[in-house]
Design a protein around this ligand. Structure first.
Ligand SMILES: [Zn+2]
Length: 336
C-alpha cells in the first residue's frame, strides 16, 4: 500500500507489515525528483515484507536504474531486504559507524558476546536459549554483508533536485542517522523519534554511554527547524518538539523507577530490576512476556542502570562473575 505525503519533491510511504512484531509496520519512504528515487529503509528479510516493498515500488513505477537506497541504521527491520537493491545495481548508503558495527558483529558473531554479557547481568540460561530461537533481528537479517557508501555526519545525498543531509543521532544504534531535507524542513527520523511508541535504547559492545548519547541526539535534533517528521514505524502525527520532550521525560521517569527498584533491594541484579519495571506490554505480567521481549527489556534496563552508575546514583560491582547493584547512599532527584 502506497500513500503520497508531499508534493515537491514527491514523498511516498510504502506500508511494510512486520508480522508478529510489536512494532507492527515499517514505513519505507520513497523520495522522487526528476526521474530519480531514493528509498529509505526496507523491512525484514522475510516474504511478507518483500512482497509489500516490491509491490509498492512497482506501483510507483520507480526506475531501478536511477534508484538508490538509504539505511537509517543496522537493525534488520530496516536493512533486511538490502540484497534486492544490491542485485539490481542500486547504490546503498549507510552510516560508517553502523556499517562497521554490522560487519564486525557478523564476522565475530556478536550474539555469543551479548549472551555472556546478559548472563553476567542475571539473564537466566533457559530463557537465553528460548529468546535466541524467536529473535526476529537474527532470523530476518540480510543474508550476507553488502557494499555501501559509508556516510558521516554532514554528508549529503542527492535525489534529482532534492538534497538530504545526514545527521548522526547515536543512541538507538551506535551509528543511527536521520535524514533532513532543509528545503521543506522535513525530517526522516528513522527510529530516533517515534510517535506512539518509545524507541528501544539498549547497550552495545564498545559503546559505554548509549542512553546519554541518545538523549544528546534528541537535544541535537530539537534545534532543527522541522515542519514534517516521518518516522520509520507507525504514525507520524504530532508535534516533534513536544515528542522529544516527552521521550526525555519518559527516560527520566524510568531512571527514577529503576533507581527505586535498586533502593528496595540492595545487591540486586539487572534481570530482577527489569522484572519490576512498568513495561507497556498490553497488561501482560513479566512472567508472561515472550523471551525475546524480556531480552529487549533487559537491554533497556542495562542502558538505564549504566547511566545511573555513570552519574553516581547507583554502584555496580561483580561477585562470582555476576553483576550486583546498590543505590549510592545520599541521593536526590535525578537530573538528566
Ligand atoms: Zn531500530
Amino acid at each position: 500500500m502506497v500513500s503520497k505525503l508531499y508534493d515537491n519533491p514527491e514523498i511516498w510511504r510504502i506500508d511494510v507489515p512486520l508480522p508478529e512484531n510489536p512494532l507492527r509496520n515499517l514505513n519505507s519512504y520513497v523520495v522522487r525528483s526528476n526521474g530519480h528515487a531514493l528509498v529509505i529503509d526496507t523491512g525484514f528479510n522475510r516474504s511478507e515484507c518483500h512482497e509489500a516493498l516490491w509491490e509498492g515500488l512497482r506501483e510507483l513505477e520507480v526506475d531501478l536504474g536511477r534508484t538508490e537506497l538509504f539505511l537509517t541504521h543496522l537493525h534488520s527491520d530496516h536493512c533486511g531486504l538490502v540484497q534486492g537493491f544490491v542485485d539490481r545495481g542500486c547504490q546503498v548508503y549507510m552510516s560508517e559507524v553502523d556499517y562497521e558495527y554490522l560487519r564486525n558483529s557478523r564476522e565475530k558473531g556478536s550474539w555469543g558476546y551479548m549472551e555472556q554479557w546478559f548472563g553476567r547481568e542475571g539473564f537466566p540460561d533457559e530463557e537465553m536459549k528460548l529468546q535466541a530461537s524467536g529473535n526476529q533481528a537474527r532470523l530476518y537479517a540480510p543474508k550476507e554483508m553488502f557494499p555501501a557508501a559509508k556516510m558521516k555526519n554532514g554528508d549529503t545525498v542527492h535525489v534529482g533536485d532534492a538534497e538530504l543531509l545526514c545527521i548522526s543521532t547515536p543512541g538507538h544504534t551506535p551509528g543511527h542517522v536521520v535524514l533532513y531535507m532543509p528545503d521543506g524542513q522535513i525530517l526522516f527520523s528513522g527510529d530516533h523519534i517515534l510517535f506512539d511508541i518509545t524507541p528501544n535504547i539498549s547497550v552495545w559492545r564498545n559503546v559505554p554511554h548509549s542512553l546519554a548519547d541518545y538523549m544528546e541526539s534528541l537535544r541535537k535534533v530539537k534545534k532543527l527547524p522541522i515542519r514534517l517528521t516521518l518516522p520509520a514505524h507507525r504514525k507520524n502525527d504530532g508535534d516533534v518538539y513536544e515528542r522529544i520532550d516527552a521521550i526525555l521525560e519518559h527516560h527520566r521517569i524510568r531512571l527514577e523507577e529503576i533507581r527505586r527498584a535498586v533502593v528496595e533491594e540492595p545487591g540486586t541484579d539487572a534481570y530482577t530490576v527489569a522484572s519490576k519495571i512498568t513495561w507497556s506490554m498490553r497488561g501482560k505480567k513479566w512472567k508472561d512476556f515472550p523471551p525475546n521481549q524480556k531480552w529487549f527489556a533487559m537491554g533497556e534496563t542495562l542502558a538505564h542502570l549504566y547511566w545511573l552508575v555513570d552519574a553516581g546514583y547507583v554502584k555496580r560491582w561483580e561477585e562470582d562473575g555476576k553483576a550486583r547493584y546498590q543505590a549510592a547512599e545520599a541521593f536526590c532527584a535525578i537530573a538528566i
